[in-house]
Design a protein around this ligand. Structure first.
Ligand SMILES: *Cc1c(COP(=O)(O)O)cnc(C)c1O
Length: 399
């Protein structure tokens, strides 16, 4: 065992302490609260009962009796773990059923399931593009896409956020190279939707591949909850859609859906697919049942959208300006990290839990509250939120 004195004397200790001090001075210290869900949007946070406006469980599916039953049945039938990588003996039979179901759901030729959305992004982007290729990546893409681009060793060109002309000029400059265009479908901190029809057209015109990470669109957007492409009534065509079971679908796991050739290529090459263990049977069974539930349950999705409208209207009425967007993510711009923290603290004192988003999760000077809605929020709960935010905004001089 290392002696405390040796460890304390190392240059590492000073480094870690200085970095943490620095983060604290900038109001950027991170802390995990202890949280357990009680009922719908109610949770116990650090021992106190709170109303959540901070979960991506948009449809409340993580608590649904049908999905709990699917998990229990799978545990009884197949046990608790896959036991190996999918390429060895961990490719449980239910994987095939789930992947076929994802492909039908996303209207694509084929699909492939990964352990998480983060790993799907790493696997897809870093496998499709490599040294010598170009990735045009949106300035506000999720951290997992940013890391995926870096891991690929391709040349990375950052497009101004959802700025089609910026994408076009990067594509123009990359003629003669293989190009991947990579964007979130719904941006996780802004709640806005990427200009997918225009990006698909650009991809077509320049012979590029379009990869859309629809973590927040899947289950929420579109007539039947298929996500951002359906929101625009676009054909899935050659688009490579990444998604996650961890948000509206209430579970865990990532997937990619797209042309069969690309899925076959990923099956042969994606390292985040092989060098990790397959998902446990209960998770796979829940994921399958969750997609089925989306199809039978348009009412829950409709309730979510009524709640989104109610919150947006109410926040505008108290004088706040909001970024536009059709998703369940409603950001309230605040600016400085310290103000965002004070807003979140005041709300917490009033029993509403919604943490502040600060750099590097959002750009500097754009700290915000990231409110997320659920279908299971009641009208009264949303009214309470609006009234508290109105009061706190006045106290902080924001309106
Ligand atoms: C949450 C998120 C991911 C990661 O998904 P997990 O399944 O939670 O790993 C990827 N992309 C975006 C845009 C996300 O918001």
């Amino acid at each position: 065992m290392i002696k405390k004195a040796d460890y304390a004397a190392s240059a590492w200790t000073a480094h870690f302490q200085n970095e943490l001090e620095h983060q604290k001075r900038l109001n950027l210290t991170r802390r995990m609260v202890r949280s357990s869900r009680i009922n719908g949007p109610e949770a116990e946070i650090d021992g106190g009962k709170m109303l959540l406006f901070s979960t991506n469980d948009y449809l409340g599916y993580s608590q649904r009796p049908e999905l709990r039953r699917a998990a229990r049945r799978a545990v009884e039938e197949w046990g608790t773990g896959a036991g190996a990588s999918r390429l060895v003996s961990g490719n449980l039979g239910i994987y095939k059923e789930l992947e076929d179901r994802v492909a039908v759901f996303k209207h694509t030729e084929d699909a492939l399931v990964f352990p998480t959305g983060f790993m799907a992004n790493l696997g897809v982007v870093a496998t499709l593009a490599g040294p010598g290729d170009v990735i045009v990546s949106d300035a506000l893409n999720h951290a997992s896409l940013v890391d995926a681009c870096r891991l690929s060793k391709a040349q990375i060109k950052i497009a101004a956020h959802s700025d089609v002309e910026s994408y076009r000029s990067h594509l123009e400059d990359s003629r003669g190279r293989k190009v991947l265009i990579v964007t979130d479908g719904v941006f996780s901190m802004h709640g806005d939707v990427a200009p997918l029809p225009e990006l698909a057209e650009l991809a077509q015109a320049y012979g590029a591949l379009l990869v859309v990470d629809d973590a927040h669109g899947t289950g929420v957007l579109g007539e039947t909850g298929r996500g951002s492409l359906e929101y625009f009534n676009m054909p899935s065509g050659g688009v490579i859609q990444i998604g996650t079971f961890s948000k509206a679908l209430g579970s865990l796991g990532g997937f990619v859906a797209g042309p069969a050739l690309i899925i076959e290529f990923l099956k042969n090459r994606a390292r985040t697919l092989f060098y990790t263990t397959g998902l446990p049977p209960a998770t796979l069974a829940v994921n399958l049942e969750s997609l089925n539930l989306i199809d039978r349950d348009s009412e829950t999705r409709a309730r979510l959208h009524r709640n989104i409208k109610k919150l947006r209207d109410g926040l505008k009425d108290v004088g706040l300006t909001l970024d536009e967007g059709p998703s369940a993510i409603v950001p309230v711009q605040i600016g400085e990290a310290g103000d965002a923290l004070r807003m979140a603290e005041s709300l917490k004192e009033r029993g509403v839990f919604c943490p502040a988003m600060r750099p590097p999760t959002v750009p500097k000077g754009e700290s915000r509250l990231r409110l997320t809605l659920m279908a299971v929020h009641t009208g009264e709960q949303i009214d309470v939120l609006i009234s508290h935010i109105g009061d706190v905004s006045k106290e902080l001089g924001l309106v």
